[in-house]
Design a protein around this ligand. Structure first.
Ligand SMILES: Cc1cc2nc3c(=O)[nH]c(=O)nc-3n(C[C@H](O)[C@H](O)[C@H](O)COP(=O)(O)OP(=O)(O)OC[C@H]3O[C@@H](n4cnc5c(N)ncnc54)[C@H](O)[C@@H]3O)c2cc1C
Length: 430
């Protein structure tokens, strides 16, 4: 019998795993379910970097990803009147000016990224069938969730009950259902799942609004008193994405997560009213935004990434949080390593899971390192001081001086320096 795997959640992690397994094990039987009625189309801007870039290139998907690239030209910090206090990673004809910033080589909307991966998986399966592969298959089911998972007493499979009442057995279930994964609770128990969630002390709301006059190619970042920050980024898109971060009004915001989107929006309006800059326009746009969602920033830290025949990948298993900017890359690494271990020993799923868990310890640790704690100041005086320090550092070009004095900072460190293991079984291009 070919190996049968259920993947939960059509995010970057599960979709990449699906593609890699379809390529490496043509007779495998894959079922991927997604709670939403279709691929989630738009959402937010992501990047992938470090190991993610060669991986996508070796899969032959870089051109497709680049076709959807968001043309963001760097990031600036603005003051209350919209004046530029500092610029980061600004792309000009002469190269890139200034340190770091938000913008990476491939900036892409999450919806475009998942569509590229989804279509590549389907195309691969079609190609196999045209070549006469009859066994196995690839099925996507939208608008579907899992109600329960029960490990086989024999230890070699999982019985799954779906939201439509269907029951099926799989050799392996992989939860790639994001930071609030329900698979995690079902596999590890609700208590262990709750204990794995480490709050970082920030709440964040995301939504998009129609593009305004000043919403150009650069991302704009703004710091306000009462522990608030706003990022607005547009690149070259018809809608501007707004992220609002706060470490204030915590109890009211946390309480609102149990309520409707309209009630959550009311709490975010209350929290950001009077924040200055263009926040009033953003709050007005938020009222109409259909893609609004908010959550608390967390990291997921589990003692192991699998239990029996249920494994977790991506944010479900080891969410590093948006503060690290490494979520997608870590999700890709997990999908690659799990696919590699399964392709290496398809008849020893338990051995593959053990090897996956072991291999992921270091990249998970590295991806969860937060380089600089954001620390949102509460008082107006502290905000004034920080804005002026940012302006002074940028005007005096202290960042360039720093790069000269600290040459080792130019070298790859952290997750970037971690070498991706080689899996010839995955048959990726050199
Ligand atoms: C504003 C923002 C900016 C970001 N920027 C970056 C960045 O620049 N670089 C970076 O590396 N990372 C970034 N990240 C993080 C990145 O988006 C995630 O880490 C990454 O998408 C994780 O992928 P995933 O597949 O694990 O989970 P997700 O992308 O969360 O996907 C999970 C999927 O599972 C589905 N699902 C959930 N529950 C169920 C269920 N019960 N049953 C069935 N399906 C379910 C969801 O609908 C979703 O489609 C950013 C995140 C945000 C919010």
């Amino acid at each position: 019998m070919p190996l049968s795997i259920l993947l939960i959640g059509a995010g970057p992690s599960s979709l990449l795993l699906t593609l890699l397994l379809t390529r490496a094990l043509p007779t495998i039987s894959l079922t991927l379910i997604e709670r939403a009625p279709s691929l989630r189309a738009s959402d937010l801007q992501l990047d992938f970097k470090a190991q993610g870039t060669p991986l996508i290139t070796r899969l032959g998907l870089m051109d497709a990803m680049r076709m959807h690239r968001v043309h963001e030209t760097g990031a600036i910090v603005v003051g209350a009147r919209g004046e530029t206090l500092a610029s980061y990673g600004i792309k000009t004809d002469a190269g890139t000016e200034g340190l770091g910033g938000l913008t990476n080589e491939v900036e892409i909307m999450r919806g475009d990224m998942v569509r590229v991966l989804y279509e590549a998986g389907l195309a691969k399966r079609k190609e196999l069938e045209e070549r006469g592969v009859q066994e196995g298959g690839l099925e996507y089911r939208f608008g579907t969730t899992v109600k329960g998972v029960v490990q086989d007493p024999s230890g070699d499979g999982v019985r799954v009950t779906f939201s439509d009442g269907r029951e099926e057995r799989f050799d392996l279930v992989v939860g790639g259902d994001g930071q609030n994964s329900r698979t995690r609770g079902m596999a590890f128990g609700e208590e262990a799942s709750a204990a794995s969630v480490k709050e970082l002390g920030y709440q964040v709301a995301y939504f998009s609004i129609p593009r305004g006059e000043g919403d150009g190619g650069v991302a704009r970042m703004y710091l306000a008193a009462k522990s608030r920050a706003v990022v607005a980024r547009n690149g070259d898109r018809p809608r501007t994405q707004v992220y609002m971060f706060t470490s204030g009004n915590m109890e009211r915001i946390k309480e609102s997560y149990k309520k409707s989107a309209a009630e959550q929006k009311a709490v975010w309006r209350e929290t950001f009213t009077g924040a200055g800059w263009e926040t009033e326009r953003f709050l007005k746009g938020m009222q109409e935004a259909e893609d609004f969602y908010s959550h608390q920033l967390v990291q997921i830290k589990l003692p192991a990434l699998y239990k029996g025949r249920v494994a977790l990948i991506g944010d479900a298993g080891y969410c590093p949080s948006v503060m690290t900017g490494k979520g997608t890359t870590a999700a890709f690494i997990g999908a690659y390593v799990l696919a590699g271990e399964l392709a290496r020993r398809p008849s020893d799923v338990d051995g593959a899971l053990e090897a996956y868990n072991e291999a992921m310890k270091e990249p998970v640790r590295l991806s969860q390192i937060i380089d600089s704690a954001m620390g949102l100041p509460s008082s107006s005086l502290a905000v004034w001081f920080i804005r002026n320090s940012i302006w002074a550092a940028s005007t005096l070009k202290i960042d360039k001086l720093y790069m000269k004095l600290m040459p080792e900072k130019k070298e790859k460190t952290g997750l970037e320096a971690w070498p991706l293991p080689e899996y010839p079984e995955l048959d990726l291009a050199e």
